[in-house]
Ligand binder design. Structure first.
Ligand SMILES: Cc1cc2nc3c(=O)[nH]c(=O)nc-3n(C[C@H](O)[C@H](O)[C@H](O)COP(=O)(O)OP(=O)(O)OC[C@H]3O[C@@H](n4cnc5c(N)ncnc54)[C@H](O)[C@@H]3O)c2cc1C
Length: 487
């Protein structure tokens, strides 16, 4: 391995895999392939095309840091614009020639003697690489509710990440939206303003950020192009992220003020019964906060919208049936029921040292070292794995930190003619550090997908600058280097 180009496979051509592709493309000593099971890049932004989807952080926080976009149309860009930006960058930067589309990796096995990963595609092809980078996403595998009779529904039914654009919004059809998370809120709001007859099924009301989403003016776009302006704006954003998000980490007046503000959004609801139905019973921030650009609370008061808090007992051909036997007829049913957030790269079969699989290692819950590595799986790197900073660092910034670190590890492994993995002890120390940081954060105290089975959240619970610091240092004492017998 020391004097030949490194072979790297990246699985997934979403934001994470593409970011990695750019960094590897800059390295003359690396040959890489991106495997993508779909026929197009984009991941999340390719699969989620539902009406009302806008990015929830500022548009400028959601771009490849090496490719500024001065021309976002709005403060928070719509999905189509993000997807178009990603496709443009991929084309212009020459990533497409490295991507094998319509190629799913179904299995990966580490060969300890060779220090290499052997990959298998769904079509039965194989590849052998030195490093295996898993960029398969954490909000990628649609989760459907376990409601009896789901298959019996006679109308159109689909998950929010598989939107059926053939259905007209002509007000003649009766729509049902199951779920009140980020997607359910945005979909209901969008359908409501389109005059569609819609019932949203809400089991647990969410805190919702009612925000303004103004268009970018000509002058704002021009200003970003002036020397030093873009960098200045990005620095201000970073300071804002650090300061503005501190309320998530510890109780205090900032958190109380935030909750008061969010509670005040509900004041536009005139019917006290509806207001009660939509008032959350847990603290702000414990779940991912849905963003509303067209005032969800106004939208749901339109005559074409119903909020239904009764539990659906079963789905029947003509609609849904409640526990008391009452039925609600529907023509279209949208499952805005989220994703299997703890699946990560699975169902891919990943086998590390001594034939141990990732399923076995994660049997009692997913974990990692820093969100990027798992002990016993040398030369395997995760992008946005468990403990990655889901909630309080914009994804591109988190990727910049992770990828810089991963590249250093690859270099060091190559230099030593070894394969590298975090040690068990270091991973345990890391998990303890994460666990110790949780008390007092907003993520404790309610059921959320940020938590593992024993209730320990699996996101970054520390200030963002500590994330940068963590990845800036290599900490060789945390790593096991396994000599490769036939490098
Ligand atoms: C509706 C929605 C809205 C969101 N909004 C925001 C937001 O506003 N801000 C934010 O920061 N984050 C948001 N997110 C989170 C978003 O997922 C991340 O920001 C980011 O897009 C994740 O990129 P990724 O590349 O890690 O994963 P993904 O975008 O999920 O891409 C993973 C890719 O891997 C491919 N793949 C998976 N398994 C295999 C396999 N075995 N073989 C080959 N290919 C495979 C998939 O087809 C996919 O293309 C949102 C998520 C959703 C679902």
């Amino acid at each position: 391995m020391t004097d030949r180009p490194l072979r790297v496979a990246i699985v997934g051509a979403g934001m994470s895999g593409l970011y990695m592709a750019e960094m590897l493309q800059r390295r003359p000593d690396v040959a890489f392939t991106v495997y993508e099971k779909a026929g197009e890049i984009g991941g999340t932004w390719r699969d989620n095309t539902y009406p009302g989807l806008f990015v929830d952080v500022l548009s400028r926080q959601y771009e490849f840091l090496f490719q500024p976009n001065y021309d976002w149309s709005r403060k928070y860009a719509p999905q189509a614009e993000i997807f178009a930006y990603m496709k443009k960058v991929a084309r212009e930067r020459g990533w497409l020639k490295h991507i094998r589309f319509n190629t799913e990796i179904v299995a990966a096995r580490f060969d300890a003697a060779a220090g290499q990963w052997q990959l298998k595609t769904a079509a039965g092809e194989t590849d052998t690489v030195d490093f295996f980078v898993v960029a398969t996403g954490f909000l990628a595998k649609p989760l459907y509710p376990e409601i009896e009779g789901r298959e019996s529904f006679a109308g159109k039914a689909f998950h929010s990440a598989r939107w059926d654009h053939s259905i007209p919004y002509d007000g003649k059809l009766r729509w049902g939206v199951i779920g009140a998370g980020c997607s359910g809120i945005q979909i209901t709001e969008a359908l409501a303003w389109k005059d569609v007859q819609v019932t949203q099924f809400v089991r647990r009301p969410q805190w919702i950020h009612i925000r303004e989403n103004p268009g970018a003016t000509w002058w704002e776009r021009m200003k970003l192009r002036l020397p030093g302006q873009y960098e200045k704006k990005q620095r201000e954003l970073w300071d804002f992220i650090i300061e503005g998000d501190a309320w998530r980490l510890k109780p205090g007046p900032q958190r109380e003020a935030m909750e008061r503000e969010f509670r005040s959004y509900l004041d536009v609801i005139r019917d006290p019964e509806l207001k009660k139905k939509l008032t959350p019973s847990y603290h702000l921030g414990c779940t991912r906060i849905p963003k509303s650009d067209q005032n969800y609370y106004e939208a749901v008061q339109r005559p074409n919208v119903t909020i239904e808090t009764r539990k659906i007992a079963r789905i029947v051909p003509e609609g849904v049936e409640f526990e008391d036997g009452a039925r609600l007829p529907l023509d279209v049913l949208v499952y805005a029921t989220g994703f299997d957030t703890h699946a990560y790269m699975r169902p891919m079969r990943v086998t590390g040292l001594n034939g141990v699989s990732i399923d076995e290692v994660w049997r009692d819950g997913v974990f990692s070292y820093g969100g990027v590595g798992v002990p016993g799986f040398p030369n395997l790197f995760l992008l946005y794995g468990p403990f990655a900073p889901l909630n309080n660092v914009p994804v591109p910034i988190g990727l910049e930190h992770e990828i810089g670190y991963i590249l250093r590890l690859m270099d060091e492994a190559k230099r030593r003619g070894a394969a590298v993995a975090p040690s068990e002890a270091a991973t345990e120390r890391f998990r303890a550090r994460m666990r110790d940081a949780f008390p007092g954060t907003v993520w404790v105290g309610c059921k959320n997908w940020y938590s593992d089975r024993d209730g320990t959240p699996i996101l970054w619970p520390l200030p963002q600058d500590q994330h940068a610091d963590f990845f800036a240092a290599t900490r060789f004492e945390d790593l096991d280097f396994l000599p490769i017998s036939s490098p």
